[in-house]
Ligand binder design. Structure first.
Ligand code: LLP
Length: 418
């Protein structure tokens, strides 16, 4: 459920007409709905009440500080994977103790920054990383609170590029090594091991992989305890899928039931790291038609957004539904390919979209673009990074403006010999 809907044939985000935003800021742009963010947070938080988990929002999904702060005000912590994301979460008002530092390659500088900032939990992914973190912590006369991200060797049954829990993937330590790591960490002056973490992938649309991974982790907790280790925390990652194109992902309550069934009796503090399920359907990408180009085989709708602004369709073959901002109900629908101006054949935003008659400057939008949209954009083809807009009831605010060409070009510096 989201708050983008037609009123008298015109698309609104909450109480703001999308055409009004387009007239004010130009296209293309991302538009987020506060009411939808809130609704998705509440659905997740409510479902997780039965297992008393804390939600650390995976900032990578959408790291605009206004989005983070909107969720922070509702009560989330943050899951971050770089110093940059940690700085964003802190700047948006999240307490350092509520920040989890994940990621397979934290540098010494990043560890130092995070320890000095008081980040509450480090999710360690290798023996080597544990050694370095210990050294950095000892140098600072501090102790880092650590959970070990284990690799449970479970196939998440999602897109290959976003599956992270199979043994051939780069993530986590082999789950059978957990006792050895706990033992090693217990002897380190700079480390306090408190638990395990698992994250097997993103956009999961079935519960079985979660059930399998959580069960393996639960068994390992029992083994660790029998070996005399104290295990007080489990971080179950993110990954719950959303509806893009007819998928039927589990409801948050069904996901919470699997959590209760697998780890509910362990008497541990639970952390969850949802990203997409909080922000994905809370954002759309709005774009204008530049040209409609009919060829012998296809109708191309060339728009002013492109693969550099929104890479999911190009990178993962992701399907995002597309529709006109102003419904043209009288017009016949024609199969169309929505493409951008970038000089690559892969610059396709939507294939097989069924669209009415369109003319230059007509507005279209892509649905479910709130997660992994703006954060993955680039200025390829020297296209200006596109703005982000947030709506709240009848108001809207530009939460990241479009830079000028002068600003973009000034990022390059000439060497003195030229
Ligand atoms: N925790 C960890 C350790 C992660 O690596 C991720 C996502 C999450 C949590 C959040 O997962 P979510 O709840 O959003 O599924 N760019 C890709 C998705 C990459 C996900 C990376 N890790 C896409 O557009 O589909």
């Amino acid at each position: 459920m989201n708050h983008f809907e037609y009123r008298d044939g015109r698309l609104f985000a909450e109480d703001v007409a999308i055409a009004e935003i387009a007239a004010a800021v130009g296209t293309p742009f991302y538009c987020y709905s506060t009411a939808t963010l809130t609704r998705h947070y509440e659905a997740m938080a409510h479902a997780l009440e039965r297992v008393k988990g804390r939600i650390c929002y995976a900032v990578k999904a959408n790291s605009n500080q206004a989005v983070i702060q909107t969720l922070a005000k509702l009560g989330v912590g943050a899951d971050v994977v770089s110093e940059g994301e940690a700085r964003r979460a802190l700047a948006a008002g999240i307490a350092p103790s509520e920040i989890v530092f994940s990621g397979v390659g934290k540098t010494r500088d990043e560890m130092r920054f995070a320890i000095e900032a008081g980040i509450g939990q480090f999710n360690v992914e290798s023996i080597g990383e544990l050694d370095v973190l210990n050294q950095v912590a000892v140098d600072l006369s501090q102790t880092a609170t650590v959970v070990f991200r284990v690799n449970p060797d479970v196939d998440a049954q999602t897109h290959d590029k976003i599956s992270t829990g199979r043994k051939e993937d780069k993530f986590g330590v082999d789950i059978v090594l957990a006792p050895e790591l706990f033992q090693r960490a217990a002897e380190m002056p700079g480390i306090e091991p408190v638990g395990l973490a698992v994250h097997i992938g993103s956009q999961l649309t079935t519960l079985d992989p979660f059930r399998e991974a959580f069960t393996r982790v639960a068994n390992m907790v029992t083994d660790l305890r029998s070996a005399g280790h104290k295990v007080t925390c489990l971080d179950l990652g993110g990954g719950l899928g959303i509806v893009y194109d007819g998928e039927e992902p589990p409801e948050p309550t069904e996901y919470a039931a699997v959590v209760a069934e697998t780890v509910g009796d362990l008497n541990v503090e639970l952390t969850f790291e949802p990203g997409r399920v909080l922000v994905g359907n809370a954002g759309i990408l709005v774009t204008s038609v530049i040209q409609v180009k009919e060829t012998a085989t296809k109708r191309f709708v060339v728009v002013d957004a492109a693969m550099n602004d929104f890479t999911r369709p190009t990178l993962y073959g992701a399907v995002h539904a597309a529709a006109p901002v102003n419904e043209n109900s009288g017009s016949e629908l024609t199969e169309s390919e929505i493409v951008g101006p970038v000089c690559e054949t892969g610059d396709i935003l939507a294939s097989n979209a069924r669209l009415p008659a369109l003319a230059e400057n007509d507005l279209l939008y892509l649905k479910s673009a709130g997660a992994y949209g703006a954060v993955m954009a680039s200025s390829y083809n020297t296209r200006l990074p596109i703005p982000e807009i947030m709506v709240n009831h009848a108001e809207f605010s530009v939460i990241r403006p479009r830079p000028s060409f002068e600003e973009l070009l000034s990022l390059d510096h000439m060497p003195k010999w030229l």
